[in-house]
Ligand binder design. Structure first.
Ligand code: ADP
Ligand code: MG
Length: 386
């Protein structure tokens, strides 16, 4: 992973590359979803938090329409494009994300013109921590301020969604950028994906002497894409048969009746979404009353539901979750789309070493390549650094 440059170092690097000081330095974090999986496209509830890993951009506006982009990672060199020629399918690599944001702003009628941009990031990529949204949110926060565009966070959320969906070509929702833009230290973000209402809920892991550990299994099973699409299709089928707009509208008390109307597989898919929404609501209550350590059983139940009802776990994720729990985690679950990716284990600080060791040993015993394990903290959302 790239070592993190602080704002001053990034500005200095910018100056030496572009020959002038940046107008400012902005950052936006990655995120972890604590609970609420595959509920977003069912218009339900999610509970992500912004993490202490961020993308940072130093930006300077130019008087012409040239855009120059450079990152501290990779060896792609400087990318130069004209602001007037941004179109889908033209950008490559990480530049898709900043250019996607500028394109999405143009689609809203906001023409930012040219700029120079240097990006640095320590959000692990492809680990389910949304390194792509961290970049987009850092860029949109910078540009919104530099161009005095006056977008509120709701508009920024929609613009970054447009960038991901229509420019990058990734069918993502609103969770990741909402967490990145609106997160706060010591809190999770309770997001209603139907109304898009947001409420910050205390999740002070530090004070509770808990460490959220992300266990990146480093595997991505080949059926991940098809599995995601087929789960979405099952949810739509279930909602259609039950006569509701989205599975959000089905409650736990409706499940008995639903069982008689759905084929067994669709019923299990529906049951995951319905019970997962309920677990998010429970988690919010528990966090507000009893504190972080008390949500362990909800995390465990969420994992079981994804493994048995939604069938999106995989052996590596199950091994990670079981080993973390046996070694003292208060709760653990896979997080993200499934079929690989990461698990999150809420671990007492005193047990962190044992949990890390136990997961490593369990992977070795199963013949899996070593996972990457890192701790995250619920941290602030996007902001200006300098
Ligand atoms: P995720 O958002 O879950 O991390 P994505 O596939 O959506 O995964 O985005 C990852 C992409 O973001 C990478 O392929 C790369 O283009 C870009 N990226 C983000 N951060 C970095 C980084 N630190 N180093 C290299 N590429 C990065
Ligand atoms: Mg992404």
């Amino acid at each position: 992973m790239t070592p993190r440059l602080d704002a001053g170092q990034l500005a200095a690097r910018f100056q030496s590359v572009f020959g002038a000081a940046p107008d400012g330095v902005w950052q936006a974090p990655g995120r972890v979803n604590l609970i609420g999986e595959h509920t977003d496209y069912n218009e339900g509830f999610v509970l992500p938090f912004a993490i202490n890993r961020t993308a940072r951009v130093a930006v300077r506006r130019r008087s012409d329409s040239t855009i120059r982009l450079l990152s501290t990672f990779g060896n792609q060199g400087l990318t130069t494009v004209d602001a007037g020629s941004l179109s889908r399918g033209t950008a490559r690599g990480w530049t898709k994300y900043p250019l996607g944001v500028l394109w999405a702003l143009q689609q809203r009628g906001l023409h930012v013109g040219g700029l120079d941009l240097l990006l640095d990031s320590d959000v692990p990529r492809g680990a389910g921590l949304s390194s792509s949204h961290a970049i987009e949110c850092a860029v949109i926060t910078a540009v919104n301020e530099l161009a005095a565009a006056g977008l509120d966070t709701r508009e920024m959320v929609l613009a970054t969604q447009r960038a991901e969906n229509d420019f990058v070509g990734a069918p993502t929702g609103i969770m990741d950028q909402s967490a990145s833009l609106r997160g706060a230290a010591g809190h999770v973000l309770f997001l209603d994906c139907r109304s898009q209402d947001i409420r910050l809920v205390p999740f002070d892991a530090d004070s509770a002497r808990l460490v959220p550990l992300v266990i990146d299994t480093k595997v991505s099973h080949s059926h991940a894409g098809g599995g995601y699409a087929s789960r979405r299709a099952s949810c739509e089928r279930g909602a259609g048969i039950l006569g509701v707009k989205a599975l959000r509208d089905v409650g736990p008390d409706d499940l008995d009746a639903a069982a008689g109307r759905l084929d067994p597989e669709t019923f299990r898919r529906v049951r995951h979404v319905v019970t997962e929404n309920e677990r998010v609501l429970q988690a919010v209550k528990v966090l507000e009353t009893a504190g972080p350590a008390a949500i362990g059983p909800l995390l465990d139940a969420s994992h079981a539901s994804m493994r048995d009802d939604f069938e999106i776990s995989c052996p590596e994720l199950d091994v990670a979750v079981e080993a973390a729990r046996s070694a003292g985690a208060v709760g653990a679950r896979m997080t993200g789309g499934g079929f690989g990716g990461s698990a999150i284990a809420l671990t007492p600080a005193a047990a962190e070493r044992q949990v890390r060791a136990a997961v490593g040993l369990a992977f070795a015993a199963a013949g899996y390549a070593p996972p990457e394990i890192f701790s995250v903290r619920p941290a602030a959302g996007a902001m200006r650094l300098a």
